[in-house]
Design a protein around this ligand. Structure first.
Ligand SMILES: NC(=O)c1ccc[n+]([C@@H]2O[C@H](COP(=O)([O-])OP(=O)(O)OC[C@H]3O[C@@H](n4cnc5c(N)ncnc54)[C@H](O)[C@@H]3O)[C@@H](O)[C@H]2O)c1
Length: 262
């Protein structure tokens, strides 16, 4: 039995990494997918990959840092399907800089994509999510949003906002039978299916975990983007029907231990 049979899902950041892995997984589980991304070439490629496996997918080109573009995306998706069962707010950007060197432009971009867009996408797609009579929103946070990563200041701050946003959305949307949860991922650096993982403009090909990061991770390996897709599937499906307002940490145990104690 497919776990998302007959459901419609909107997945942001679908052009690569976790978004591509989740688009493929959700489609294999029976969902029709609206793949949303600013990257037209790779976003359309994800939708084509889903279709080539016999799934159903459309690509909706959207710059999620632009509120007007989010409104247009929501309208396009709701014209595509009047009922949306799943929204995965997955798109993200991470730019490294020393605190003193961060430009307002870079700060604004990361807050817009990582925090404002999940809020706005959820709000603008709400009519179709309400119509699902059992909707699920999944936000993609980060372990950097809990303690703060000194090399990713704006990223940490914006991902930090996602956690309380998840809690309060879980409160407000429960009355509409919509559950809201968040995945706080650690380093997802690899793909079992050869999917590229990018995350910032200087890192188009992805970067391996450093020796220091590996040492700090009890499981001593990076996460696969497919492992994040598996958690998203759990949170999007009826298997998590009583999970709401929650945050699941996906980091190989890295934040489960007190730093500097071993
Ligand atoms: N890879 C990791 O180590 C890691 C760790 C923790 C959290 N995450 C989170 O996972 C999510 C997915 O990231 P990923 O690792 O798959 O990286 P990725 O770069 O492969 O995917 C992110 C996607 O977001 C899209 N995107 C960026 N800016 C956009 C915009 N303005 N409008 C629309 N789309 C935009 C990109 O084009 C890209 O396709 C992100 O929210 C990220 O913060 C990743």
């Amino acid at each position: 039995m497919k776990r998302l049979q007959g459901k419609n899902a909107v997945i942001t950041g679908a052009a690569s990494g976790v978004g591509r892995a989740t688009s493929l997984l959700f489609a294999r589980e029976g969902a029709a997918i609206a793949c949303v991304d600013v990257d037209a070439q790779m976003g359309a490629e994800t939708a084509a990959m889903v279709r080539s496996e016999g799934g159903e997918a459309v690509f909706v080109e959207t710059d999620l840092s632009n509120p007007a573009a989010i409104e247009r995306m929501a309208k396009t998706c709701m014209d595509w399907r009047a009922v949306i069962h799943i929204l995965f707010n997955n798109a993200g950007v991470a730019e490294r800089a020393q605190f003193e060197d961060i430009t307002l432009e870079d700060w604004d971009q990361q807050v817009a994509v990582n925090l404002t867009a999940p809020f706005l996408c959820s709000q603008k797609l709400l009519p179709a999510l309400k119509a699902a009579n059992g909707g699920a929103i999944v936000n993609h946070g980060s372990i950097d949003g809990v303690l703060g990563n000194p090399t990713l200041v704006a990223y940490s701050a914006s991902k930090g906002g996602l956690q309380p946003l998840t809690h309060v959305m879980g409160f407000w949307l429960a009355r509409h039978d919509i559950r809201v949860n968040c995945i706080n991922s650690g380093a997802l650096r690899e793909s079992k299916e050869g999917i590229p993982v990018r995350l910032n403009r200087d890192n188009l090909a992805g970067a391996p975990m450093s020796a220091e990061q590996l040492r700090a991770t009890p499981m001593a390996r990076p996460g696969f983007v497919e492992e994040a897709a598996d958690v998203a599937l759990y949170l999007a499906s009826d298997q998590s029907s009583y999970v709401n307002g929650s945050v699941i940490t996906l980091d190989g145990g890295r934040t489960a231990i007190t730093p500097g104690t071993f």
